[in-house]
Design a protein around this ligand. Structure first.
Ligand code: IMP
Length: 441
């Protein structure tokens, strides 16, 4: 039974972490975001109502948990206010349950303006960012010129820091990108208004989390994006600007490495990717179109169509190596219903070599050809199934086959977007719920 669990995407994001976080939140006391910003998009369906969260941890929908935004997140005050207002409209209280680290770097309108101007210049070579300003906000943080959430407490220093930042970014916008400059006074005015809402929520998150630990309370660390969008380990440069892998949970929250005891990776039963970059198992045919339509594969943040492809076991082997997954949750198995054959990429062909792990360079990855194993599909519907034994035999075989080739148990299987349509063989916070799980790895 675990106390401190990391949940993160094992592919290129959009695996469906929000639903699993929401499900497991019932069994924990606090949910923590530790990287990324409002580029993330978690779509949750509760009582047939759709909620999309970008910045606030999905745990906020469960009244008994507190939510934390750790220092590793880049925080857009405007996006935060918008989300709080939307949640309050649904009678969900944020202000008393959301705690934001003083050390969060702020994401300001300059960052989005630069993000967009840069993508425009890159043209065909663009990263395909969400345009939210995530990269430029992290650049300011690393360059040590950023404004942090704690600066909202002191309007005088805030004004001075903002002026310096405005001069710097306006110079670049105007002279390098020939783009429109932004008015620092307007940004300051908006910031001062936002500060009134944000200030009471600011806290020393590292100390709060440590207090939870000392009181044997359970914490869930909610990753955003996915393993192959990690700034160091992903398909660089087609990545986001933070560490999306398990290590990010440590540095992005201030919770010590030895205090974590479970890492749950989330995979889809197939693979998707938004934005540019190599994607070895991508399907640009009728099957890809079918997966995209059945899976409603449209980005939650930008509304862009997601690229779709077969399950890539080579990528997941790397994801396991990087994240030390204790187990995996598999989402959207129902999307594969009715397929005659299902392919799984078991290795890559790279020149004359056969690779079981992906190469680290995107250029090399783009030259890899997937080697597939073909499995029989199933014609029955898996939609809404809640027991493993009720799954069609070939769906069970598909899951067991993947467990075998990636050497990791699949302990949660999601069969529809609804919270309750989930097969839970093992809940990290509670332990084994059902002995059908192959927990011998
Ligand atoms: P950025 O994070 O906006 O800088 O975008 C960098 C890359 O990460 C692009 O390929 C985006 O499509 C991708 N990305 C960022 N956030 C998400 C997400 O939540 N899901 C999937 N892809 C994302």
């Amino acid at each position: 039974m675990a106390h401190n669990v990391i949940i993160l995407g094992a592919q290129w994001g959009d695996e469906g972490k929000g639903k699993i976080v929401d499900l497991l939140t019932k069994s924990c006391h606090g949910v923590v975001r530790f990287q990324g910003g409002h580029n993330a998009g978690h779509t949750l369906v509760i009582a047939e109502k759709k909620v999309v969260l970008h910045l606030i941890p999905s745990g906020i929908l469960n009244e008994h948990v507190n939510c934390f935004i750790g220092n590793g997140v880049v925080l857009s005050p405007q996006a935060l206010l918008k989300e709080i207002a939307e949640l309050e409209k649904m009678d969900i209280d944020c202000k008393n349950r959301l705690h934001i680290s003083f050390a969060c770097s702020l994401l300001l309108p300059y960052h989005a303006a630069i993000d967009k101007a840069r993508e425009k210049v890159l043209d065909k070579n663009k990263i395909g960012t969400t345009g939210r300003g995530i990269g430029p906000a992290y650049e300011d943080k690393v360059a040590r010129r950023g404004i942090r959430a704690g600066d909202l407490l002191n309007p005088k220093t805030l004004k001075a820091k903002l002026k310096a930042l405005a001069d710097y970014h306006n110079f670049i916008l105007k002279n390098y990108y020939q783009a429109e400059t932004l008015n620092a006074d307007n940004i300051l005015a908006d910031l001062l208004i936002a500060a009134e809402t944000i200030k009471p929520m600011l806290s020393d998150v590292a100390t709060e989390l440590d207090t939870y630990r000392l009181n044997y309370k359970k914490l869930l660390f909610e990753g955003a994006q996915g393993t192959f969008l990690d700034i160091d380990h992903g398909t660089y440069p087609f990545v986001t600007s933070s560490n999306t892998t398990a290590g990010g949970a440590i540095t992005g929250s201030g919770f010590g490495p030895l205090y974590f005891d479970y890492v749950l990776g989330i995979v889809k039963a197939y693979t998707t990717r938004v934005g540019s970059g190599p994607f070895p198992t991508e399907l640009q045919d009728e099957i890809g179109k079918r997966i995209s339509e059945r899976g409603h594969e449209v980005g939650a943040t930008t509304g862009r169509a997601r690229r779709c492809g077969w399950f890539d076991a080579v990528a997941i082997r790397r994801a396991k190596q990087l994240n030390s997954f204790s187990s995996l949750a598999m989402m959207k198995i129902d999307v594969l219903d009715g397929m005659e054959k299902i392919k799984v990429c078991v290795a890559y062909k790279h020149g004359k070599k056969e690779l079981l792990l992906p190469p680290q360079s995107s250029e090399e990855l783009a030259n890899c050809e997937p080697i597939y194993e073909e499995l029989p599909g199933w014609q029955e519907s898996t939609y809404g199934i809640k027991e493993f034994s009720q799954l069609p035999e070939n769906a069970q075989n598909y899951i067991h086959y993947l467990e075998d080739i990636i050497n990791t148990p699949i302990t949660i299987i999601s069969t529809s977007p609804e919270r309750d349509d989930t097969i839970v063989l093992d809940n990290p916070f509670i332990g084994s719920v059902n002995t059908e799980s192959v927990l011998y790895f």
